[in-house]
Every structure is written in structure tokens, then in C-alpha cells.
Design a protein. Structure first.
Length: 183
């Protein structure tokens, strides 16, 4: 199988279902950003300091992001191809994981500056890319149940990534630098 097809040489690509669109179509930007997020999460997962429990959670999250990517890569009127689905239970998984990580964390009283160690910086970069993926996805204005769950998942995932940064900082005893606005 060849990796290159030459069908995109004119700036067009195909959605699942066959519809050809410009490579700068918001749908392409949306699922491309989800793919970028998935890669950042892979980098985050690869840190030696990543606790085993969160390592396993990140693999599950990467799987869900592939599902969301396939949903976003499908033409608006659908396809006859059987695609994986995203469920409310996937959102509950994130919420339960957030709650569990939050149990041992000190109460937040200030915003924190991203950084402190590469693993924390990568958490924050993934969080920001997740927010961008969410913004782009919302712009698709799809009313299907799968779409609504995907948007909700991306929203909750950015929360997960923020809490993960705090958990890792706490576990590794890395000081979180508080943002103190100059007023």
C-alpha cells in the first residue's frame, strides 16, 4: 500500500463518504486539530514520570480521540460505513478520573502559570490544543447526538488535562507558580 495517493495535490481531500472538500475546510481543520491533540497526548503519555493509572487513562483517551476524529471526518449526510461511536459513558470516565485525581489536590485559589517541568508544560499544551479542537468542532454546527457528545467530551477532556497537570505537579512535588495579576 502506498502512503501517497496524489489525490490531494490540488488542495482537496475526501471525507468519509466520498465528498471532496478543500483542505482548509473547517471540518478538516477540526479533525486535524483532534489528530494534533492525540499526538500531544501521546507525547505526554511517554513521559517517564507519568503515573501508571494516568498512562492507562491517556491510552483510553487517545482511542476516543480517534473515534471523534472519524466522526468529524464523515461528510454531513453520513456514510453507510460502520464507524465507532462515542458515548456518555466516555464523558463519565473523564469526570470520574478528574474527581479521583482531585481528591488529593490542594484547593485552587489562583490561576497557575503553565510550566515547571516538561511533563507539566505538555499537559498545558495538550489542554490548549484541546480547547482549540473544541472551538473548531463547535463551528461545524451539527445537531446529531454523536456530535453533541463529541463536543462535550472535548470540553471535559480539557478539564481532565488541567487537573492532570495539577496531579502530576503535586505527586512530583513541583511548585505550581501562581499568577498574581498586577493591578
Amino acid at each position: 500500500m502506498k502512503v501517497y495517493t496524489k489525490t490531494g495535490d490540488e488542495g482537496k481531500t475526501s471525507l468519509i463518504g466520498g465528498k471532496r472538500v478543500s483542505k482548509n475546510d473547517i471540518r478538516i481543520d477540526s479533525y486535524g486539530t483532534v489528530d494534533e491533540l492525540n499526538s500531544w497526548i501521546g507525547l505526554l503519555r511517554d513521559h517517564e514520570e507519568m503515573p501508571k493509572n494516568q498512562f492507562d487513562q491517556l491510552i483510553e483517551i487517545q482511542d476516543r480521540l480517534f473515534t471523534i476524529g472519524s466522526l468529524l471526518a464523515t461528510q454531513p449526510n453520513g456514510t453507510k460505513m460502520k464507524l465507532p461511536l462515542i458515548y456518555e459513558g466516555d464523558i463519565e470516565f473523564l469526570e470520574e478520573s478528574i474527581d479521583k485525581m482531585n481528591e488529593d489536590l490542594p484547593e485552587m485559589r489562583h490561576f497557575v502559570l503553565p510550566g515547571g517541568k516538561p511533563i507539566l508544560s505538555h499537559c498545558h499544551i495538550a489542554r490548549c490544543v484541546c480547547r482549540r479542537a473544541e472551538r473548531l468542532t463547535v463551528g461545524l454546527e451539527d445537531n446529531s447526538d454523536q456530535f453533541k457528545i463529541a463536543v462535550k467530551y472535548l470540553n471535559r477532556l480539557s478539564d481532565y488535562l488541567f487537573v492532570l497537570s495539577r496531579k502530576v505537579a503535586n505527586d512530583l512535588k513541583i511548585e505550581e507558580i501562581q499568577w498574581k495579576p498586577r493591578v
